[in-house]
Design a protein around this ligand. Sequence first.
Ligand code: HEM
Length: 392
Amino acid sequence: MTRPDDFTLPEAEDFDCPHAQFAHLRGHCPVAWSNDLGGFWAVTRHADACEVLENWKLFTTTVQNVVPPVATTQRRPPLHLDPPDNIPYRNAILRFLSPSRLKAWEPRVEQMVARFLDPWIANGGGDICAGFSFQLPIALLAEFFNLAPDQAERIRVVGAAFNMALQRQDMPELRARSDELYGIAEALIADRIAHPRDPDTDPTANLLAVRVDGEPLAHDLILGALRQFLLVGIIAPTTFIGSMAVHLARHPDHHKDLRDDPSRVNDATEELLRLYTPYRGFARTARQDTDLGGKTIKAGEAVAIVFTSANRDEAVFDDPHEYKLDRPARDLLTFGRGPHMCPGAPLARLLLQEVLRQLTSKTVKLTVVGDIEMTRWPEYGPLSVPLKVTPV
Ligand code: HEM
């Protein structure tokens, strides 16, 4: 069945226009159909987004979990499986992100941020995405998975190329890089089988050690999970760091406030995660016809949960477009909700807080000196931000 468009996507986006479009949709057509990107419903209000995320029996993740759809032949748990099948894969990563384990990451993250940020500042800045935010999250993931230095370097290069191909929607390049990432994951599994490690300290060894009803996880699903873990955590921080930099450049007073009072950095990170939520296109597929937001969604249709919009819903957040550090409640959907809520959120927060802390303490001013290039669906945020830096 063909449907008329409730909205279409602009040919090119700037930093602000997605927010203006989402504000319009929330007010006029909160569950809106577009024939772009393969055809999908955009769910832009906070309450409707929660309904889709929590009602996983009606809205499955096993068909299309991102808009636009990425043609894949392989399942990548936990995101591609509904409960309870996703749970062993989630648990396999969650055990490495307990509060005590996270504490041990603090000094490592601090050093890692400095290692990549200091040279960028010393050079007077440049594109913060290419020069900093494309490098850092991949380096963190490489340490998280105990990769050997040569593997870490390879995943850094391939991951950055994959990320860029995804952003530019270069499908042949994307497939080639995806295959390479599967190759890296396969080699990692083979290495851990040949040279066993302690499952308590190595996420890959842990996936191999998991038993469900006494049986190990299927090899192709371990492979898919590793491939997902190696990438899922790098894309959002990459673009979000660009958004943080744009915000600081536009609001030197906020920059100064954080330099003067670093105790506000964690609150500021939360507020920026609300204002510039990096994901807008995670999706589900309706299992049967259902009504939502005054529209009838047909079985089989894709539904994008527009986190970027839900976090600026005026029904939940007063003055939703304003930066306010004293909000009484932050019912953020930045990291999702329900059975697929991001297990990496504590590590992501730690990383982003440290980036904001060092960026504001080591620089006096950031100035945008060129065009900001933006990502596309399913992300929101810059792909390139040329900046001049005034160091402290
Ligand atoms: C700013 C950084 C990040 C953001 C905004 C983010 C956001 C999200 C969101 C919204 C989801 C839910 C998707 C859905 O419901 O369809 C998700 C899932 C996931 N994230 Fe993150 N994420 C971030 C960083 C990370 C990191 C650093 C890791 C790994 C250490 C990670 C691992 C995962 C995994 C494995 C899933 C799938 C969980 C499941 O299906 O059970 N993420 N993330």
